[in-house]
Every structure is written in C-alpha cells, then in structure tokens.
Design a protein. Structure first.
Length: 323
C-alpha cells in the first residue's frame, strides 16, 4: 500500500461516526410512507398514488403503512418520532396538521420542531349533501328547512374534531342553522347512514359522495370551496350562494421527521415535486376529486399557520370538545 493510500485510509478511519454516515449516499434503503388513516379511504388513495410516483425519482421503493387513530395524529406522531431517519415520511391531513392543536390538551409531538413540512400534496373539495328522498333541491331551500326545524336536522361527519366536523360548525356559524351534529368513525359509515336516511345530511369529501350523487341516491347542494368542483360543474359554491367564509377544503401534505438531515429532505422534496407533475398522478387525483398541490416548503409552512388560526377560531366559537 502506498503512503498516500495509507494516509487516505487512516484519515477516513479517523472520521467521527456521524460524518462517515453523512457521506453515505441517500437513500440507502426503501422508504416508509405513513398514511394516518385506514386503508381504502381518500388519504390512502392519495398516499399510495404518491408513493408509486415518487419511487422512480428516489431510486428506492416507497412502502405505505397505515397507522390510524386520533384523527390522524397517531400516524403523524410516528413520523415525528422517527428521529433523523429521513427514510420515514408521512401524509398529514388538515385534522392532524391544524385542527387538533386546538382540541387536544397536549399534542404528543411539537408541531413546530418535530415535523418538517415538505410540500402540499393535494386539495380535496368538500360538499354538502342530503338524502335525495328529503325532496330538497337547492341550498337556499335546505337552509330554510333547517331554520324551520332547529336542532332537528341531523348532519353526519367522519368524527368529532376532524375537518368534516369543523366544516359543519363553520357552516352552522355562517348560515345560522342549528343542525344536530352526529359523529361517525369515518366517512364510510356516515355515508351509509345518509343513504339509509338515518341522518339528513353530511358534509364530506367529494370523493366519498360522488358515486352516490351520480346514482341519484344523494343530492349535492353546494361545494364548500372558492371554486366549483371539476367533477360537479353544475353545483354552486358556498361563496356563490352568499357564504364566502364557508370554505373547508380538506388537504393532505407530505412531511418528514423534523430532525431529518436537510440534504435528505431536499431530495424527498424534489422527488415529490417531480411526482406531482406527472400526468398519471394528476389524472389519478382528479378521478377522485383531488386537485394536485405543489409549491415550496416555506409556502406550506405559511399555509399551515393560516389553517391553525382559522380552525382555532371555529373551535372556540362553537365550543367544540373532544368526546
């Protein structure tokens, strides 16, 4: 062995362990993408499509793990506690990313330090729908009916404290309707009871209700968004109907552990950005009512701050408490 080679080997051996690891090319193993809701739901659909499209840009498989609970907080907490391992990333929803901070006495992680917001993945418009047998055809008539029957018109959500519950409270506040909130363990059972006529109305993601609207079983009265839904071009928005503050777009964002190395986070951000621009992903999201996101990590951080403030005001005004 030459002197120069011995010196090089000796110098490498003398490097601290952390620096030696830092020089290892990232990524070094398959990724885990944590979806904080059960398999088969909207979050799972968006997460699995993202995982499939990110994989080629990362050069490693992206494996999806469903870790549901506490309105999405359980899954986000798993990512937050992954330490410096950037091979762990997750999908964060509006519930865990904004609403639960105003509802839980203490979050299991520090949102400002323990998670690193990467990029907005998708926006999902929500809609107000009723059982078609109720015989109401427009939002104005529904509001009149609800005001004529205060506390008697039931409205189902996907669970207490989630985005669909807070959207109902926002709707009640802005329209003056006294609806009786009925929380369910997910959007599917709420939809089933709407179809059965057990509840009069629901306010849920468009992807859940679209098939039933097309079959004629439910009537969608309004989109709780600033713009009409591409899949429901004839349904007016709450803004168009005179209620501009009733905006409850659901959304999902990509996050990494807060302690993950910046260089690794950058590679993940670049891969996600590229994936979100693929025509296959755009089409897959559009098919279930999702509008592809994008933007920078800083823009996502600013958006999260806005969402936290917006929903904190609704929680306070409606005196919402976790059951």
């Amino acid at each position: 062995m030459t002197l120069s080679r011995r010196a090089a080997v000796a110098g490498l051996a003398a490097l601290p362990l952390g620096r030696a690891q830092a020089q290892t090319a990232f990524p070094t193993k398959p990724f885990t993408l944590v979806v904080p809701f059960p398999a088969g739901g909207p979050a799972d659909i968006f997460g699995r499509n993202l995982a499939e499209r990110m994989s080629p840009f990362l050069g490693q498989p992206v494996l999806v793990e469903n870790k549901s609970g506490a309105a999405g907080v359980t899954g986000v907490d798993f990512v937050a506690k992954a330490g410096t391992d950037a091979h762990v990333m997750g999908i964060m929803s509006a519930s865990a990313g904004a609403i639960m901070q105003s509802l839980m006495p203490k979050m299991p992680f520090d949102p400002a330090k323990d998670i690193a917001p990467q990029i907005l993945v998708v926006r999902v418009q929500e809609v107000l729908a009723i059982n078609a047998k109720l015989g109401i055809n427009d939002l104005k008539s529904f509001i009149a009916y609800a005001k004529a029957n205060p506390g008697k018109v039931t409205c189902g959500s996907a669970g207490t404290g989630g985005i669909t519950h807070l959207a109902i409270e926002l709707f009640k506040r802005e329209t003056g309707c006294d609806l009786l909130h009925v929380p369910y363990r997910g959007a599917a059972p709420a939809t089933n009871d709407l179809l059965a006529g057990t509840v009069d109305t629901v306010l849920l993601d468009i992807s859940i209700l679209l098939p039933h609207a097309r079959s004629g079983a439910v009537k969608i009265l309004a989109v709780t968004s600033d713009s009409r839904a591409p899949l429901l071009p004839d349904v007016p928005t709450m803004r168009e109907m005179g209620y501009p503050k009733v905006n409850s777009d659901n959304w999902y964002a990509l996050i990494s552990p807060g302690a993950a190395p910046a260089e690794a986070r950058k590679k993940i951000f670049d891969a996600a950005t590229a994936a979100l621009k693929t025509k296959e992903l755009i089409a897959a999201y559009a098919a279930v009512g999702g509008v592809v996101g994008g933007g920078t990590s800083d823009e996502l951080k600013a958006f999260l701050q806005e969402e936290v403030g917006k929903w904190a005001a609704v929680v306070k005004s409606a005196n919402v408490k976790l059951e």
